[in-house]
Design a protein around this ligand. Structure first.
Ligand code: HEM
Length: 230
């Protein structure tokens, strides 16, 4: 049935002056951690990157300590597990692709690091997908282990609806509706895919100011050089 129009959502990071909302990114991380990370990795993000979200150094350390990562080999050539440090990347849920597929009926939950960039209109797509589980139309056959989603290409998706109301208890007291969690997650995944967006916007703004000043300078230089001739 062709391309489905995505839900129209607004984002704090839209437009030339757009910025991430740190409270929202923290909520998005909380939902990723408590829900999505059971199946999806986020391999581009190291714990220390979470300082961008407004977490202090001590908070980043504490978050990292809650994870185990594999390290080694030690002096006997053995691999070993230890608590994660801020410089470690967030470990994914599976040791390898086979394990990931085995746990999901043959489908592989993709890494979410670049998802907000990999799909057209990424944040709106992720938001629409997460809020897009509905009953299949009568003439649509949903195969065993699959789920109907308005926004997934082909509508048949292996991911079960991951969110339900009040699934997380937000640290900042925000009410955790499916729409709220989906919005927070989409913003968080946009940050994960483009952590330097604000610096890019800021540079663009400086370049614009520079070009305006340069235009003014050229105008007066032109008058000074050619004025006496006219
Ligand atoms: C696919 C997001 C939770 C299993 C996906 C996709 C996204 C996504 C964006 C890719 C869709 C595409 O390819 O266009 C999320 C988010 C979650 C979440 C944000 C947390 C709210 C889960 C959980 C599971 C899961 C908990 C496992 C129980 C899968 C699988 C696929 C998938 C198997 C592949 C679907 C297919 O190719 O048919 N997810 N997911 N996801 N997810 Fe999730």
């Amino acid at each position: 049935s062709g391309a489905v129009k995505l839900k129209d959502v607004s984002w704090s990071f839209e437009g030339p002056f757009g910025e991430y909302n740190k409270a929202e990114l923290q909520r998005g991380f909380q939902v990723y951690k408590e829900v999505c990370s059971a199946c999806h990795s986020l391999h581009s993000i190291a714990f220390r990157n979470l300082a961008d979200l407004g977490f202090s150094e001590a908070e980043v350390k504490a978050i990292a300590k809650g994870y185990e990562v594999q390290d080694g080999p030690d002096k006997d050539g053995e691999m070993f597990n230890r608590a994660a440090r801020p410089s470690d990347h967030i470990p994914g849920p599976y040791a390898n692709e086979q394990q990931g597929r085995a746990a999901n009926g043959g489908s592989l939950p993709p890494d979410l690091s670049l998802m907000a960039k990999a799909r057209a209109n990424g944040p709106a797509y992720i938001y629409s997908l997460l809020t897009g589980y509905v009953d299949a139309p009568a003439d649509f056959t949903v195969l065993e282990g699959m789920h109907y989603n308005t926004y997934f290409p082909g509508h048949s998706i292996a991911m079960p609806p991951p969110l339900s109301a009040d699934q997380v208890t937000y640290a900042d007291g925000t009410k955790a509706s499916v729409e709220q969690m989906s919005h927070d997650l989409s913003a968080f995944l946009m940050w994960a895919a483009e952590p330097k967006l604000e610096q890019r916007h800021e540079l663009g703004f400086k370049v614009m100011i520079f070009l305006v000043l340069l235009t003014v300078l050229f105008y007066f230089a032109n008058r000074k050089v050619w004025g006496p001739v006219k």
